[in-house]
Design a protein around this ligand. Structure first.
Ligand code: ARG
Length: 462
């Protein structure tokens, strides 16, 4: 049954069923059908422009491909495992519909440049979707920051209380990460929108093809420079999945904070019911499962990156069948990153921040100790001594079970005669935040500037 295969000319025997099952990719690469059909239509039109096909032939092929597309979209298309992949399933059906002319479509083309084109188109489109989702998430963060400009919470280093910051400033830190992810995905998309069509199997072709015009018709930025590279390169997918890992890393850090903040010992956030789950045994529970799962799913995206990097590391030029394994890791990372970005935006939108709980936490941990040291520096004391004096006051207050702001002026003065009544203003948490107006700091004007810069950036994307 060798003639069942589109490549079966030289074969006397058919493929073992186990091999057919092992080597097929149509079960997953059918996701690429739209890109495959668009690429084939562009190829057929170019063949006609170059005089390789007549314009009637190209037209008939394009119409036939449109019918195949309709069949796939309506679900009536019959996918056949013995036809291996999305490319041969589509071409075979095209030939059933329009007759032997379908066989002319593959002129000057190989599945090697064809799959490269399909995958590049697909990855570039997904990168654009990630960018839209990232912008939507930044927009929610900016809105929430705007609403919470006056809310203060303990900023931490080593997860220990360090200095007070505004909640807006904290949320905007994530906005910056996701903005960079957006830019990274844009950079990657530029390198991805390069068409390999015309490289053929590996060496280029003898037909007078015009790869640049195909690239242009498909909305790509240009055509390949080296045919061997064109069919071997999977950098674009690896880079895209790397971008996905960073997006997930950023989401996962945010998830970790949401999980901590939702613990009643903190009580900083009230998660919406729709984004939490209960326990089958403990009636009081409201678990942050969405954030936990997102943190967990981060690992599988990292896994996809490792899979892809390992896949290409030992491959000689040019195409190797190993490369068929490049798709599922990307598809999985794409699914995970899109769902995660969208659900994080929705969850944050509905999350309530508990300003009172954050305020109460400020008084635990001497977040104004640096202010006292800076105050003394302002009075002429060298910083090292000021640090020591403030530390001694912290030790005293801690033994007394108080905050620095709860000590009397006399108590404070016992640590340094430089301390006056004006220290009381200095020790206020609001003062500490308000004084940090240097660019990028947590001061209210600085935060307003960050909000307006991000808003301008978001507007520029439209
Ligand atoms: N299904 C294949 C892939 O994804 C298409 C390219 C096949 N090329 C070949 N020479 N067998 O890589």
């Amino acid at each position: 049954m060798a003639d069942k295969k589109m490549w079966g000319g030289r074969f006397a025997e058919g493929t073992a069923s186990s091999v057919e099952e092992y080597t097929e990719s149509q079960s997953f690469d059918r996701v690429l059908f739209e890109e495959d059909i668009q690429g084939s239509m562009a190829h057929a039109r170019m063949l006609a422009r170059q005089g390789v096909l007549t314009s009637d032939e190209a037209e008939a092929i394009v119409v036939g491909l449109g019918r195949v597309r309709d069949e796939i979209e309506s679900g009536e298309f019959v996918w056949r495992r013995e036809l291996e992949d999305v490319h041969m399933n589509i071409e075979s059906r095209l030939t059933e519909i329009i007759g032997p002319l379908g066989g002319k479509l593959h002129t000057g083309r190989s599945r090697n440049d064809q799959v490269g084109l399909d995958f590049r188109l697909h990855v570039a489109r997904r990168l654009d979707e990630w960018r839209d989702l990232l912008a939507a998430l930044v927009s929610v963060l900016v809105d929430k920051a705007h609403e919470n400009r006056a809310v203060l919470l303990p900023g931490c280093t080593h997860f220990q209380p360090a200095q007070p910051v505004s909640l807006a400033h904290h949320l905007l830190a994530y906005a910056q990460m996701f903005k960079r992810d957006h830019q990274r995905a844009g950079d990657c998309a530029g390198r991805t929108r390069i068409s390999p069509l015309g490289a053929a199997a590996l060496a280029g072709t003898t037909y007078p093809l015009d790869p640049a015009s195909v690239a242009e018709e498909l909305g790509m930025d240009g055509a390949f420079a080296n045919s061997l590279d064109a069919v071997s390169d999977r950098d674009f997918a690896i880079e895209a999945v790397f971008d996905a890992t960073l997006i997930m890393a950023h989401l996962s850090r945010l998830c970790e904070e949401i999980i901590i903040w939702a613990n009643p010992a903190f009580g900083f956030v009230a998660l919406p019911d729709a984004f939490t789950t209960g326990s089958s045994i403990m009636p009081q529970k409201k678990n942050p499962d969405v954030a936990e799962l997102m943190r967990g799913k981060t690992g599988r995206v990292y896994g996809s990156l490792t899979t892809l990097l390992t896949l290409v590391k030992g491959l000689p030029l040019a195409y190797n069948r190993d490369m068929q394994e490049d798709k599922e890791p990307f598809f999985d990372a794409d699914r995970t990153v899109r769902a995660s970005l969208s659900i994080m935006a929705d969850m944050l939108q509905e999350t309530g921040f508990n300003a009172d709980a954050m305020r109460a936490a400020l008084s635990k941990g001497f977040l104004n100790a640096t202010e006292l040291a800076d105050y003394l520096v302002g009075k002429g004391l060298p910083f090292r001594e000021a640090h020591h004096v403030s530390g001694a006051a912290v030790g005293y207050a801690e033994r007394a079970g108080k905050g620095l702001e709860d000590l009397s002026l006399d108590e404070l003065r016992s640590f340094s005669a430089l301390i006056d009544q004006d220290v009381m203003e200095t020790l206020k948490y609001e003062t500490a935040v308000a004084r940090r107006e240097a660019p990028g700091g947590t001061g209210p004007n600085s935060v307003d500037r960050q909000i307006s810069d991000l808003t301008t950036w978001l507007d520029s994307l439209e």
